[in-house]
Design a binder for this molecule. Structure first.
Ligand code: ATP
Length: 205
């Protein structure tokens, strides 16, 4: 079973791409979804984050206010690192468990995709066999995120600047998806990659 790590900058189209693979029947492990579930379902995790950041990150119902947390971590590097120190080992354990389950299946899939936005900033690359990078130009990323979440261009640019560059991602990629045109064209690219991954044998197993 081949494990493909899907990564890319903010708003490049990781979720859109992973949904297109999902539509083709591919199994997806999404570390963003795991992070959200950890905070929502495991009270001790939210407690740990609140101990580190203070009650300012909670809304009136005592739930995590993700917008406030995002503002803090994207304006203070050490806070971002503090949050990652809490979450990353827990996310990694969950990913490892999920991979083990797929490997144990009698009808093991030919390949699975693990969505890891911070692939190059973490040690998660140890878990994957191939790196799939999705890129889009800055203009498209900003336009699409404004449309999606109503963030300001300044906010988006500061997040882009805080992440590794696309040239670094490209230099580490086994495959690259350029996501600057419409969804129809993206679908064709995903179908091509699906055909390729479905016919690739993992020689390292
Ligand atoms: P984030 O880093 O914020 O998690 P992401 O990389 O997962 O974002 P998506 O959420 O997939 O990116 O895409 C960002 C927005 O752009 C979404 O609203 C999505 O519907 C839209 N989008 C993605 N690709 C295209 C495309 N080819 N054409 C038009 N809109 C697109």
């Amino acid at each position: 079973m081949l494990i493909i790590g899907l990564t890319g900058g903010i708003g490049s189209g990781k979720t859109t791409v992973s949904n297109l693979f999902k539509n083709l029947g591919v199994q997806i492990i999404d570390t963003d979804v795991i992070a959200r579930e950890l905070v929502d379902n495991d009270h001790s995790v939210l407690e740990e984050i609140t101990d580190a950041f203070g009650k300012i990150i909670l809304d009136d119902d005592g739930l995590l206010d993700r917008n406030i947390l995002a503002k803090i971590i994207f304006s203070q590097e050490h806070k971002k690192q503090q949050l990652e120190k809490i979450l990353h080992p827990k996310i990694r354990t969950k990913v490892e468990k999920a991979i083990k389950i797929y490997r144990a299946k009698p009808n093991q899939p030919q390949y699975i995709i693990v969505v890891i936005p911070l692939l190059f900033e973490t040690n998660f690359h140890q878990l994957i066999d191939k790196t799939l990078v999705v890129i889009a130009n800055e203009e498209n990323k900003i336009k699409r995120i404004i449309q999606r979440d109503g963030r300001t261009p300044e906010d988006i640019l500061s997040i882009i600047k805080s992440q590794v560059s696309d040239s670094k991602r490209i230099s580490e990629a086994d495959d690259i998806i350029e996501n600057n045109s419409d969804i129809k064209e993206l679908e064709t690219k995903i179908q091509g990659l699906h055909d390729k991954f479905s016919n690739t044998t993992n020689t390292e197993e």
